[in-house]
Design a binder for this molecule. Structure first.
Ligand SMILES: Cc1cc2nc3c(=O)[nH]c(=O)nc-3n(C[C@H](O)[C@H](O)[C@H](O)COP(=O)(O)OP(=O)(O)OC[C@H]3O[C@@H](n4cnc5c(N)ncnc54)[C@H](O)[C@@H]3O)c2cc1C
Length: 416
């Protein structure tokens, strides 16, 4: 299915009737300037910006599966920049600005749809917290409004405003939030990187990282050794396992997160809606399916599938704010492996090994970060200096006690 969809897309782009791959399938070269481990959204975006913004094209993206097989093709596609903390808000706002110009930038239709995101408020303290967050957003140049019940009712009359336990009191509204077709993002970045000379090596697993006297020399892969002056880890939910190849233990746990899609319905949900008294978020895809999710399953795993208790929990969240969802039939569900960091925020940094870099800890919010993460990681790899906007995402912040704990729950990865 995925390949036939891609074929149609590439035919549309080239006008050819035959199969025209959107990117080459090269054999690995013996040596590159930079090897990126992980061909998910962040790895491909990094390669794209390395080539486009910094002219670094002797780059390989090494992916153990196929493009889109990881979280870039598994997420619920929500983009937003409604963060509070200084380390996060400007970074996610940069990312949202990049989303806004992305399709023109890489000349690919990624269905960027800024239909807005509505974070529901159910209590007075929550209103205070969201007012504070809205102010932080505005200070960083983002858009934010507080809506009252009437304002929400005009947009979403179907919500259960007077639920006995969770009455809706208002909402934080970010009109520029929305959704983007996730796997098209991988394809767009891959095509843009490939056309500039980057080698994308699919079905090629990194099995070792070669280090001599504290300096990285390259990687071992299922297609043989590859030498490299710089190795950039970018393996999302597998970050712990990849870092272990270099003898590193990360402040990260891997957890599974599930996503759900209903049967196709007529347009009913205008944008993205999130429940404020539990964890539930929902949007509607252009095909009509309600796309929704909630919390991670809460136990450590590398399995890309979840369990039933969270299904029940997510459905309870949906029923609490929009009981009509109980009439929709569930069509499909799946899981992806999250790299949950100790403070819920990511890491973009050099490691103590010369030439070895780390991009990880995106938790379940890394899709929206894809463009800014790629740009900032490319900046670090090309210049050796952290990008101004990502300067707080340092690995040593856990040692320094300079956590970026957006939720304020402490070193509890399963709660972020
Ligand atoms: C169900 C679900 C819902 C989500 N919803 C949202 C959302 O609405 N909004 C949002 O912002 N974020 C969301 N996320 C989070 C987001 O998808 C991730 O944070 C982000 O995609 C991670 O970055 P990535 O795209 O690079 O990851 P991936 O696509 O997982 O890329 C990592 C790649 O590394 C590869 N790899 C691993 N080990 C090796 C190896 N040894 N050698 C070579 N390759 C290797 C993997 O095969 C994989 O392709 C969601 C995630 C899930 C699972």
């Amino acid at each position: 299915m995925r390949y036939s969809a891609l074929k149609v897309l590439t035919q549309g782009l080239t006008g050819n009737k035959g199969w025209t791959p959107a990117w080459r399938e090269p054999d690995p070269k013996p040596e590159y300037d930079i090897v990126i481990i992980g061909g998910g959204g962040h790895g491909l975006a990094t390669a794209y910006y390395l080539a486009k913004e910094f002219g670094v094209t002797n780059v390989a993206v090494v992916e153990k599966g196929w493009l889109g097989s990881g979280n870039i093709g598994r997420n619920t596609t929500i983009i937003r920049s409604n963060y509070l903390l200084q380390g996060n808000q400007p970074f996610y706002e940069l990312s949202l600005k990049l989303w806004e110009g992305l399709e023109q930038d890489f000349n690919y239709n990624a269905m960027v749809s800024q239909r807005g995101i509505l974070n529901l408020i159910h209590s007075d303290p929550q209103r205070d917290a969201f007012a504070r967050r809205a102010n932080a957003m505005r200070l960083s140049g983002a858009d934010a409004e507080l809506l009252d019940r009437d304002g929400i009712r005009r947009m979403c009359p179907f919500l259960d405003f007077d639920n006995a336990r969770f009455p809706i009191q208002g909402a934080l509204w970010q009109p520029r939030g929305g959704t983007v077709r996730h796997d098209a993002v991988a394809w767009g970045y891959a095509r843009g990187a490939d056309s500039r000379g980057v080698d994308i090596l699919q079905n090629c697993e990194v099995t070792g990282i070669d280090i001599e006297n504290g300096v990285v020399r390259g990687v071992q892969t299922s297609k043989g050794p590859i030498r490299a002056a710089k190795v950039a880890m970018c393996a999302a939910g597998s970050s712990g396992r990849v870092a272990a190849l270099a003898g590193l233990r990360l402040p990260i746990e891997s957890h599974v997160l599930q996503a759900f899609v209903s049967e196709g319905l007529k347009p009913v949900i205008p944008g993205v809606i999130t429940f404020g008294a539990g964890h539930f978020y929902v949007s509607q895809s252009d095909k009509g399916g309600l796309v929704f999710g909630g919390d991670i399953d809460g136990y450590n795993t590398y399995a890309q599938r979840g369990n039933l208790p969270v299904v029940e929990d997510v459905c309870e969240g949906g029923m609490a704010i929009m009981p009509m969802i109980g009439r929709a039939r569930l069509l499909r569900m799946w899981g992806g492996v999250m790299d949950m960091s100790m403070d819920g925020s990511p890491i973009i940094d050099a490691t103590d090994t010369d030439g070895l870099y780390l991009n990880a800890g995106w938790c379940y919010g890394g899709f929206k970060a894809t463009p800014a993460s790629g740009l900032c990681y490319a900046h670090l790899l090309a210049t050796g200096q952290p990008h101004e906007t990502a300067r707080f995402f340092r690995l040593d912040r856990f040692r320094r006690g300079a956590m970026i704990d957006e939720k304020g729950v402490g070193a509890q990865p399963n709660l972020h």
